[in-house]
Design a protein around this ligand. Structure first.
Ligand SMILES: [Zn+2]
Length: 345
């Protein structure tokens, strides 16, 4: 058994299995999700188990073959009480199945996980930095949190594990570039529990700057589309934490975008208001993500699959034949990049 600690502190029990072939891949590990599931399975070390591959990365154990239990059986599998990484006593929030390590300011996988989330492509998108580099900078004591990234210099990192001047320059440039990342992505990058990309966007549209958000009341938060009791409470908890507030102040001082820009507000139009748009194929002028952002900025909705409700398809090169077929059958208009750009210009 291994217990993994994620960036939110959630502890996931993972069973190490005798490797087995399962629909084309070798399975060595399976998730046991939480303490209740372990308890219900009545699992012992050495048990023969049923494993199922679902949509998730790690397959899950669905049952135990107790008939095959031999005298060789090991101990009963129990959930742990202490964090395997930092030793803190685990807690369980009311109404939640997962156990959490509450030590979010000093538990190593939580700190590294938060930094990794912060630099990821959909958050601050810092080029040249990856999980390995974060891991090594953290081990060397160079970074303890996301704000420390903005204090790195080429001098400090160029001689570390064979990085060299060029790659150090790339990293520092990437960090510098991230200061231009818009407010909505900065909110997402903060890693507030339950605040994903979509919710972060809604928040950015509802508040002019970070201070307004920090001081928002529960009612104000709940009034925002897609935010309910649970997310609102999580946001309040995050900003009431002194460590988080200090961190945000440091990120602000470093020059990150902590407010909606004037242009951004001016950029929002209703040119595509009420339209459901499917994006398909590969593009030359902008990336798929950029087109998605343009659709949203102009009041449209980017949807995944074609239906009778689809307003039009923004198609690049090599649109899938089945999609093309469906579009033709439903009589849905297909427009190319140039036409789309003209439409919103
Ligand atoms: Zn811990």
């Amino acid at each position: 058994m291994t217990f993994q600690v994620g960036r939110t502190g959630a502890v996931t029990p993972v069973a190490n299995l005798e490797p087995v072939q399962l629909s084309g891949t070798v399975v060595k590990r399976a998730s046991l999700h939480n303490a209740d599931i372990i308890e219900n399975l009545d699992l012992y070390i050495g048990d023969m188990v049923y494993v199922e591959k679902g949509g998730e990365i790690i397959p899950k154990i669905t049952g135990v073959d107790t008939a095959l239990r031999s005298f060789m059986i090991g101990e009963k599998v129990k959930f742990i009480n202490q964090c395997p990484e930092c030793g803190s006593t685990l807690i369980r929030y009311e109404g939640e199945a997962a156990h959490y390590c509450p030590n979010d300011s000093a538990c190593p996988p939580q700190i590294k996980g938060k930094i990794e989330h912060f630099i990821s492509r959909k958050a601050m998108n810092i080029d040249g930095l990856g999980p390995e580099t974060v891991d090594s900078f953290y081990s060397l004591g160079l970074i303890q949190n996301t704000a420390d990234l903005y204090q790195l210099t080429i001098e400090k990192i160029k001689d570390l594990d064979g990085k060299g001047e060029k790659s150090a320059e790339n990293i520092i440039n990437g960090i510098e570039q991230s200061k231009k990342v818009p407010f909505e992505r900065v909110i997402f990058a903060l890693g507030i529990r339950f605040v994903g990309e979509t919710v972060a966007k809604k928040i950015a549209k509802s508040f002019t700057n970070i201070d307004e958000l920090i001081n928002a009341s529960k009612e104000e938060l709940i009034n925002i589309d897609e935010i309910g009791e649970k997310i609102a409470q999580s946001i309040l908890n995050f900003f009431s934490n002194e460590t988080n507030r200090t961190l945000i102040q440091r990120l602000k001082d470093a020059g990150l975008t902590m407010q909606r820009s004037e242009e951004e507000r001016a950029d929002y139009t209703d040119k595509l208001s009420g339209l459901s748009i499917v994006i398909s194929g590969t593009f030359t002028h902008y990336s798929r993500d950029e087109y998605k952002a343009m659709i949203e900025k102009n009041g449209g909705k980017n949807v995944g699959s074609i239906s009778a409700k689809t307003s039009f398809i923004l198609a690049g090169e090599n649109m899938g034949p089945s999609k093309l077929d469906k579009a033709n059958k439903l009589g849905i208009k297909i427009i190319n990049e140039e036409e789309f750009l003209k439409l919103i210009s």
